[in-house]
Ligand binder design. Structure first.
Ligand SMILES: [Fe+2]
Length: 294
């Protein structure tokens, strides 16, 4: 399961102090083992129950200037970048009776098993904490297309309690969260580099037996669709190239789907259909099936 980190300290750190120690300690959020070693200083930041109210107060009186590059949505307060490959945020977890949750339940992905395409270390900062059902899976065995059957193993059911620290490993740990009994806040230190945009993240169906949604922060699938609509031969060639060579099978399948729609004639459609159907990538075969079904 996501790793409980058995760490204790009475020390308290401010946010700037934490970020300086994170840099000085050369912790690397891209490496889960290295990130785990930052557990004690994260707990020390979590012990400081005044830094976040102070930061919120400052934001409220300063036109939210520190949140202008916060693209995570209203349940997140961005806490800055300790390094180029790390971002920090405070996550707000509404309870089922909170106004926030009742007004926009879809803003919280409760009850949906999902993995993460980034490592993150988290500490329960405020409130009783959310509960999760935890699973593990073999990311390398997943091609990554909607409906694909995936074997996931349930390993635990627990709360992320106040002042407890956990490590979520990219592409290993899955959790399905339940709302906390009372509004809760966690502090997260997360991997954040350009490379993680090329790694897929999955939402699984309610039982966790198949991929329900491939989450992607990439703009490429939308761009492929627009590009294919131009009917330009060079663009078409590029889409076919991507469908054959891209490192992400999800991206390859999206490129093939668009290339099929943008094909100049029946001969090209036939060639692309044959390529997709003979591929050992399930996502490509599915892209062909979906194209032929329409
Ligand atoms: Fe999550």
């Amino acid at each position: 399961m996501s790793l409980d980190i058995p760490v204790q300290t009475d020390r308290q750190l401010g946010l700037d102090e934490f970020q300086e120690l994170f840099r000085d300690g050369k912790y690397d959020a891209r490496d889960s083992e290295s990130l785990k070693d930052a557990a004690e200083i994260l707990l020390a930041l979590g012990n400081n129950k005044s830094f976040l109210p102070d930061l919120i107060m400052k934001e409220l009186t300063d036109d939210m200037s520190g949140q202008r590059d916060n693209f995570y949505g209203p349940s997140v307060i961005k806490l800055g970048h300790p390094t180029d490959s790390t971002v920090m945020r405070a996550n707000i977890w509404a309870s089922a009776t909170d106004e926030d949750y009742r007004r926009s339940p879809n803003a919280f992905i409760y009850g949906v098993p999902h993995d993460h395409n980034f490592n993150f270390l988290t500490v329960g900062y405020w409130g009783p904490g959310y509960k999760s059902r935890y699973y593990e899976f073999d990311y390398e065995n997943v091609e990554g297309y909607t409906g694909e059957e995936v074997r996931i193993r349930e390993v635990a059911f627990k709360s992320l309690g106040l002042d407890s620290v956990m490590l979520y490993r990219a592409h290993v740990d899955i959790h399905s969260q339940l709302p906390p009994d009372k509004l809760s806040i966690t502090l997260n230190v997360m991997e954040s580099g350009p490379e993680h945009h090329y790694k897929d993240q999955y939402m699984f169906d309610g039982e966790g037996g198949s991929v329900a949604v491939v989450l992607s922060s990439r703009c490429s699938p939308n761009l492929f669709e627009v590009a294919a609509s131009f009917g330009d031969a060079e663009i078409q060639e590029a889409l076919v190239f991507i469908s054959k060579r891209h490192q992400s099978e999800y991206t390859r399948a999206c490129a093939l789907r668009s290339a099929l729609r943008g094909a100049a004639d029946e001969d090209e459609v036939e060639r692309l259909v044959a390529y997709g159907m003979n591929s050992n990538c399930g996502g490509l075969r599915q892209a062909v099936h979906r194209f032929l079904a329409h």
